[in-house]
Structures are given as structure tokens and as C-alpha cells.
Design a protein. Structure first.
Length: 235
């Protein structure tokens, strides 16, 4: 499995792509932290600890050099605020641990008797027994790819356009340093699922469209399902 994150999909928004041997999974980008993660995550705890240590040191220094009372008081209030915030973080993490334990206990109590039912037991085994990427939401088999192209949009960003056999089209805008890598992954899937024709086959008949990566892609051309961008086949 190979993962490329930080991709913007149209349609779809922020997306993470996970590539496997015979397909890929497109899902929400989990690397974009929410506001709650930033305020109450592990990094927030580290920052709070640093503020506590810095305020203690600064408070001692200000008193030693005879700084104005207003500066000493402000430093003291920073220390108090950091202590309160740290206590809130500790309480939230403890509460989350307790809730998780209770939910797990209830799950076990409800699930164990239900495991006596063969159909439920088989479903749980499929779900937790490593059913493979095909069972994940957003799974797209390589055989569903019809073509891949690259181009640049008016802002200069590289756009990877993927068309499926059902006619649907998705445009992916990866970080600049991952554009070639993203193309290579789609191109590999396309070639594996639709091998090149044998000599007696008519070229272009039930085969993917291939063109090697040619460095910086050319200009942007809008497209629609069933209409390939002019002159820039990727697959």
C-alpha cells in the first residue's frame, strides 16, 4: 500500500489516495487536523507545558531584576492560565479514555452472545479478519480506469484527470512534488488492468491510452466525461 495525501479532488475536496496492487482507495484527507485537534490534541499539551516552564522562568527573572509589578503580574496570570488549560486537557483526555472503555465493554457484552448466530459470526469475521482494501469505502479497482491525463490549470498547478469506464471524471490536484508520483501510480494501475494489445489486435481497441510523462505538462483544457483533454493522454 502506498499513500499520497494533500490532494484536492474535484469533485471530492481534500483527499488521501491509497494505492494497492489492483486498485486504489480515495477517502477524506486525514492529515488536515481539525480545530479540535489543534486545540486539544497532543501538540496542544506540549505547547502548554512549554508555556508553563517559560512563565516560571520569566517570573523568577522579573522578580530578580526588580521589574515593574505590572510585568510580574502579567507573567503570573500567564502561568495561571496555562495551569488551567493544562488541567482542562488532562480532564478531556481522561474522560475520552473512560468513554472509550465503556463503549468497548458494551460492545463486547452485546457482541459475544450474538456471535452464536452463524451469519453474524461470518460478518464479523469478514469485517475484522482483514477483508482487504476491496472492502473499504471509496475502493476503485484498476479495471474501472479508462484513461489518465495531465495538464496545468491557469494557476500553474498540475492536474491529474482520471476517467473511469462508466464515464465519470475526477480531477486531482496534488502537491507539486507529488504530481509525477501520482501519475505513475495511476499509470501503473491502468497498464496492469489493461495490458497492451497483441500484434494481431487493432490498436486503440479496448486498450488504455498511454503517453510517457514529458516533464512539465502543457496548457489546461477543460473537459467533460467522454471527452478526452486534447493532446495529453496520461494512461
Amino acid at each position: 500500500m502506498y499513500e499520497i495525501n494533500g490532494v484536492t479532488a474535484t469533485p471530492g475536496g481534500p483527499t488521501t489516495l491509497r494505492f494497492h496492487d489492483h486498485g486504489y482507495v480515495a477517502g477524506p484527507d486525514g492529515h488536515r487536523d481539525s480545530l479540535a485537534d489543534k486545540l486539544f490534541g497532543e501538540e496542544a499539551g506540549c505547547v502548554t507545558a512549554l508555556v508553563l516552564l517559560a512563565s516560571i522562568g520569566l517570573f523568577s527573572l522579573l522578580r530578580k531584576i526588580g521589574a515593574p509589578d505590572a510585568a510580574i503580574t502579567a507573567c503570573l496570570w500567564v502561568f495561571i492560565a496555562a495551569v488551567c488549560y493544562g488541567a482542562l486537557l488532562a480532564l478531556l483526555h481522561w474522560t475520552a479514555g473512560v468513554v472509550s472503555s465503556v463503549v468497548f465493554f458494551l460492545f463486547v457484552v452485546v457482541t459475544l452472545p450474538a456471535l452464536l448466530i452463524p451469519s453474524y459470526r461470518r460478518a464479523v469475521k469478514r469485517r475484522w479478519g482483514g477483508g482487504g482494501p476491496e472492502t473499504e469505502s471509496g475502493w476503485v479497482p484498476g479495471a474501472a480506469l479508462a484513461g489518465v491525463w495531465h495538464q496545468t490549470d491557469p494557476r500553474g498547478a498540475v492536474v491529474i484527470t482520471v476517467q473511469r469506464t462508466d464515464g465519470s471524471v475526477t480531477a486531482y490536484v496534488p502537491p507539486a512534488d507529488k504530481a509525477r508520483d501520482l501519475y505513475d501510480r495511476f499509470d501503473t494501475l491502468l497498464r496492469r488492468s489493461r495490458p497492451a494489445p497483441t500484434p494481431y489486435q487493432q490498436p486503440g481497441h479496448a486498450t488504455p491510452m498511454h503517453q510517457p510523462w514529458q516533464g512539465q505538462p502543457q496548457g489546461y483544457a477543460p473537459h467533460h466525461p467522454g471527452h478526452h483533454p486534447q493532446g495529453h493522454p496520461y494512461g
